[in-house]
Design a protein around this ligand. Structure first.
Ligand SMILES: NC(=O)c1ccc[n+]([C@@H]2O[C@H](COP(=O)([O-])OP(=O)(O)OC[C@H]3O[C@@H](n4cnc5c(N)ncnc54)[C@H](OP(=O)(O)O)[C@@H]3O)[C@@H](O)[C@H]2O)c1
Length: 263
């Protein structure tokens, strides 16, 4: 595999892009000329290159416009996005408006219209039910169609408190069963945005449950323990880089971007 290509992080400023084709061009710049939005289970995540651990998403996290673009690109492709109750609690301003956490991007909206599924994506929130912030904006901003998913005993009582669909799993819920359920409902592109304790299950079995890993790697100076979460992510040998990584420079340090696909 040849060396990483270097690009300017500001090239991925969605404010400069005005059309679906402009977004498609940026996608090829980030992930290579062969990039096409093929269906499958996508895992999109940002890790620390020094430790391989997941970046905690808060105001202290290193920022990259290319990473924001990577996240928005998978969202624009997705029939369903999987997150967790823990993420809603930690990110009270989390938004699925196209372009978030940056300004709303009409170009991304047009990209979804042209290349993605119609209508807003399902937003599946894995939770055991206790302490779920049902007043979070995702439940009423219209950018997604929220669904609560978890053990029946924990989530079914929430039907009294929310208009969102609630799906109870017999026994402890898990990501594999959820992916099967979403496929049975017709979802062909499923983006997993959950944190490391949940997404470890994607790689735990002999065959990874992931078809595509969109990996953003912060490669700057060492971070503090409080900025990291979970165990290191080890990319399994069944996944291979589709194209050489792209390198960008930001105020917080360099980042690498790679798209791994099932061999
Ligand atoms: N850098 C990145 O790409 C990225 C991406 C995502 C998250 N993060 C970071 O990761 C951290 C959270 O990660 P994490 O691994 O601790 O948490 P997580 O993956 O968000 O999973 C923990 C939460 O998932 C729910 N959950 C877990 N297992 C479940 C099950 N079997 N059934 C139903 N619900 C279940 C629980 O929600 P309830 O508590 O509501 O029951 C629990 O709080 C945050 O700091 C966030 O910033 C980073």
């Amino acid at each position: 595999m040849s060396a990483a290509r270097a690009l300017d992080d500001a090239d991925f400023d969605l404010g400069r892009v005005t059309s679906a084709d402009g977004v498609a061009e940026l996608a090829r710049a980030l992930y290579g000329e062969a990039f096409t939005p093929t269906p499958g289970v996508l895992h999109v995540t940002a890790i620390d290159g020094n430790t391989g651990r997941t970046l905690r998403i808060d105001e202290r996290a290193p920022k990259s416009q290319a990473d924001t673009f990577a996240l928005n690109l998978t969202r624009a492709r997705a029939d369903a996005i999987i997150i967790t109750g823990g993420i809603l609690r930690e990110e009270p301003a989390l938004s699925y408006a196209p372009g978030a956490p940056g300004p709303e991007s009409e170009a991304l909206r047009a990209y979804r219209h042209h290349y993605g599924p119609s209508g807003p994506p399902l937003l599946v929130i894995m939770t055991r039910g206790a302490g779920l912030p049902l007043d979070h904006p995702v439940f009423h901003d219209g950018h997604t169609r929220p669904i609560l998913y978890g053990p029946a005993s924990g989530v079914l009582p929430l039907r009294q408190e929310t208009d969102a669909e609630v799906i109870g799993h017999t026994g402890d819920a898990h990501l594999g069963a959820l992916l099967t359920l979403l496929r049975e409902r017709g979802a062909t592109t499923i983006s997993v945005e959950a944190g490391p304790s949940t997404t470890r299950a994607l790689y735990a079995g002999p065959v990874p449950l992931v078809d595509e890993l969109c990996l953003s790697t912060y490669a700057g100076p060492a971070l503090e323990e409080a900025q990291l979460v979970g165990d290191p992510l080890r990319v399994p040998p069944e996944l291979a880089l589709a194209e050489p990584e792209v390198l960008t420079r930001t105020a917080s340090g360099p980042w690498r971007f790679g798209r791994y696909r099932r061999r």
